[in-house]
Design a protein around this ligand. Sequence first.
Ligand SMILES: Cc1ncc(COP(=O)(O)O)c(C=O)c1O
Length: 462
Amino acid sequence: TVSDKHSQTSKDAIRPSCKVFFAKDPIKIVRAQGQYMYDENGEKYLDCINNVAHVGHSHPDVIKAAVKQMELLNTNSRFLHDNLVQYAKRLTATLPEKLSICYFVNSGSEANDLALRLARQYRGHQDVITLDHAYHGHVSSLIDISPYKFNQLGKEGKKEFVHVAPSPDIYRGEYREDHPDAASAYADDVKKIIEEAEKNGRKIAAFIAESMQSCGGQIIPPAGYFQKVAEYVHKAGGVFIADEVQVGFGRVGKHFWGFQLQGKDFVPDIVTMGKPIGNGHPMSCVVTTREIAEAFGASGLEYFNTFGGNPVSCAIGLAVLNAIEKEDLQGNAIRVGNYLTELLNKQKEKHPLIGDVRGIGLFVGVDLVKDQLRRTPATAEAHYIVHLDRILLSADGPHRNILKFKPPMCFTMEDAKLVVDQIDELLTGMQLAQCQTTPKMWKHKGTFTFSTHLYRVLLGHN
Ligand SMILES: Cc1ncc(COP(=O)(O)O)c(C=O)c1O
């Protein structure tokens, strides 16, 4: 048939460059609204993973703003346009005062690449400190500073100018929840890295980190860590880049930006934004200080970006900011996020497979472990659990054992209850199956073993 031919062609043309969710039984989504996605048969899926559709899929006000501006004009920013100025003002009003200069670009990767250029131009330094397991984008300059990716290339993956600091993970890292000052201990590791690099004649241009690590495993750095790191990095002549591509725009609820969780006394030198900024429209932004922007301008190299800051993107960006405010989506993130973590914590008491529940607002991670004491990652189990019934959830982190919640911000209490009930059902089923297959092992309290065989049986692959 024509449609078979079409899917065959797209398979041939796209498959090698594209990995799909639930590859064994992929889903074809044809429309979406709010926090729901619908497949070609009209089946409805609850979306727990699309932080890009920040104010909800197909938000009517965002669509209207885009259409209205597209009917009128779209062009590059070499012409004056009110949308650009208004948007820059609205965006910078959400940030501390010294972050006042915007560069509009088109993707998270482009934003981080430009951030590196700004940082390197500032003092003429080259080296970058990045966190272990971090991902900052797909372009060459960012694969270089993304251990999440370059670790897959073996030893050759890490370039000389890249320095990897431990992820400030108080559940799995070296300094844990029982450490008297994990923030200082992790920051001291960065200090040591700087000292070592300088001993070898290297100069630090930047420290880059997500304000909360997402691909790295839903890690929330202990408060005070960024302040101390910034102090050491500044002393070395570098700048602090906060990557808010995944976690910005009110997702944490009580603040608009993730880095603000660290305290009022912390202000990054550069902030990069993406994903939620355009609710699915490809746009992004770098915001920095006047001093750094002026140093960049002083290079004599003119900066130009064909699509960045075009009137349509800016109209969309404004509509997204309006929706966050008008619909109190930050308040919703607090209320629903608290409820979700509360429900998940109750599951933690019930199921030994849940080692840790961590989250702020609608950014929540559930760390699955085979063993509560050793915290051995339960990777196969996480892979099994994300196969919920008409609920889209993913597992990530270095061991792919962290259930990752980052839904559209209109997620409701009912949605939270629905997903947690299903997780409970799956975990209970797994426990029962485990008891039936290896009752002796189950006697060890706090230990959960899950064989590949059992996983295949539960998934119906046998
Ligand atoms: C933290 C972070 N930074 C940057 C990027 C790159 O953004 P994009 O895919 O829009 O280029 C991503 C993408 O997943 C990301 O998670």
